[in-house]
Design a protein around this ligand. Structure first.
Ligand code: MF3
Ligand code: CO
Length: 249
């Protein structure tokens, strides 16, 4: 069942996502060589609770943390721990916030250190652009897989691949609602997009092949070929006149 949201509900989701944006801005300051991912998680958790909100991921299918911290070849669902970030790493941080009955969900990718090599800045840039192209398809004259196709096209045009085993999703009173939002698909197909639809659009972009593997910890997803991977995500509402990115300051 697809649950459309009212303007008031979308406003509430904007507040939830606003707290996630604050967390990401904090992460941008705190991500430096030597920091442990468990300490980043503690800062995020503390910030969310100080705002009177709850980290959405804690307790989700037994997950214990506020953040997913996915480093280098880790695609999504990397678990915060004792590992320290090294100059030259990339890290995708994913965070959800539950506030006043609704969830916000947003992910950003960061380079650890000062001057990213061109290969890495290109991967980060193309991933953000792919997300942007997907969001631009959120219009009432479009269909669901127009979003998917736009993401896939941009990623593959640059020689990268999109992960197929994990997808974006509807979001609202539940963290994961219908519909699923794949990062691959055929333009002009899928459900017609309706005002009040709120989607978490989240490309997972591999520098190498699309295949992924689940580590023995039961959570961490890595690229099979160990190539670098980037995950970025926005929660986006479809209004009568087009997309409104809720996870943006
Ligand atoms: N943030 C992920 C998503 O974008 C879900 C995280 S799973 C969790 O859908 F267990 F870590 F919460
Ligand atoms: Co999500």
């Amino acid at each position: 069942m697809i649950v459309l949201k009212s303007h008031d509900e979308i406003e509430t989701m904007r507040v939830a996502n606003g707290i996630v944006v604050e967390v990401m801005d904090l992460m941008a300051e705190q991500i430096v060589p030597g920091v442990r991912t468990i300490d980043l998680n503690a800062m995020a958790d503390e910030h969310i609770r100080r705002r009177g909100a709850i980290p959405s991921f804690v307790g989700y299918h037994g997950y214990q943390h506020a953040l997913c911290t996915s480093i280098n070849e880790e695609v999504v669902h990397g678990i915060p721990g004792d590992r320290t970030l090294q100059e030259g790493d990339i890290i995708s941080i994913d965070c959800g916030v539950y506030w006043d009955g609704f969830h916000g969900d947003h992910a950003r990718a960061f380079y650890v250190g000062e001057n990213p090599p061109a290969t890495i800045s290109r991967l980060l840039k193309v991933s953000e652009e792919a997300l942007g192209h997907g969001i631009a398809q959120m219009r009432t004259d479009k269909r669901l897989f127009d979003i998917s196709a736009a993401v896939q096209h941009h990623v593959e045009a640059h020689g990268y691949s999109v992960v197929r085993d994990y997808v974006g999703h509807g979001i609202g009173r539940q963290l994961h609602e219908e519909p699923q939002v794949p990062n691959f698909g055929r333009a002009g197909t899928g459900m017609k997009l309706l005002p009040g639809l709120v989607l978490a659009i989240e490309p997972m972009v591999n520098a190498g092949k699309a295949d992924v593997r689940l580590l023995d910890d039961g959570w961490t997803v890595v690229t099979q070929d160990r190539s670098l991977s980037v995950h970025v995500e926005h929660s986006v509402a479809l209004l009568e006149n087009g997309p409104r990115i809720l996870s943006k300051g």
